[in-house]
Design a protein around this ligand. Structure first.
Ligand SMILES: [Zn+2]
Ligand SMILES: [Zn+2]
Length: 261
């Protein structure tokens, strides 16, 4: 008896043909830049705006699912300011990305990630994404702890902590130095070090952007995924990491005793 073809069997050859066509038509730099920018819109701005609009479209449902009470939530004015700061940060990151790509191109180098006519195998994507997540956990945890050193906290990280009850967009509400060194590099660097395919980088980026919007959303969705980082914004001295792995190793997964008592 013939086994019916799965949807993946039908979709993958089509995706591979479209990808080969894109690679033959555009330069690696253009593919990397436009694809990365597109993902920022689709997997950060879009979910963040949906989370934020929930309060306007379904206020009762929104309040029922907010982790912190209504009086602690930011005002519309604060949300509008957040929007413009995030826009500035994204603009800065895009200008740096474009400058680096153009410098690399002039030096005769191709894209920062692997760009070839074939797509990466699913098992390669899975391996590189898992390794990138672990590397990002280390880069983010230690840079974030560094930012909590009093002198750096006051000058740089205090801005991100302005939202003690965060919203999705506030994930990138940060000082420009923090945005580049603690937000952007821990995500862009691991796949580069691993020599990953650009599509693998995009899968990893999409996961991290949806994740950061969700953990800052202030909602208890997806089995309370936001609770850990929400508590970091509320109490400051715990849950510095993303996966929780290094918080467990360093014992920063619990409130310090003086605060618990
Ligand atoms: Zn945060
Ligand atoms: Zn912090």
């Amino acid at each position: 008896m013939e086994v019916p073809k799965s949807i993946l069997d039908q979709v993958l050859p089509q995706a591979a043909a479209i990808w080969a066509d894109i690679v033959s038509k555009y330069s690696p730099q253009k593919i990397e830049f436009v694809g990365t920018l597109l993902l920022q819109f689709l997997t950060f701005w879009l979910p963040s705006i949906c989370y934020t609009l929930l309060d306007v479209v379904a206020p009762t449902f929104s309040q029922r699912h907010k982790i912190q009470p209504a009086p602690k939530q930011p005002t519309r004015r604060e949300i509008a300011r957040c929007f413009f700061v995030v826009l500035q940060n994204q603009l800065l990151a895009s200008i740096i990305h474009l400058t680096l790509l153009s410098a690399a191109s002039k030096a005769g180098l191709k894209s920062t990630y692997r760009i070839e006519t074939s797509l990466p195998a699913p098992v390669e994507i899975l391996r590189d994404v898992i390794l990138s997540m672990l590397m990002r956990e280390a880069l983010f945890y230690y840079s974030h702890r560094l930012l909590h050193i009093p002198s750096l906290y006051v000058r740089i990280h205090k801005k991100h902590h302005r939202f003690t009850a965060p919203i999705a967009l506030a994930a990138q509400f940060a000082h420009p130095i923090e945005h580049i060194f603690a937000n952007t590099l821990p995500i862009s660097l691991p796949p580069q070090l691993l020599g990953s395919h650009v599509v693998t980088f995009w899968v990893f980026l999409a996961y991290e952007l949806v994740n950061t919007a969700t953990v800052h959303s202030g909602y208890d969705f997806f089995c309370q995924k936001a609770k850990m980082h929400d508590l970091h914004h509320e109490k400051f001295n715990l849950n510095y990491g993303s996966l929780g792995l290094l918080d467990w190793v360093h014992g920063t997964d619990k409130l310090k005793k003086r605060r618990a008592e």
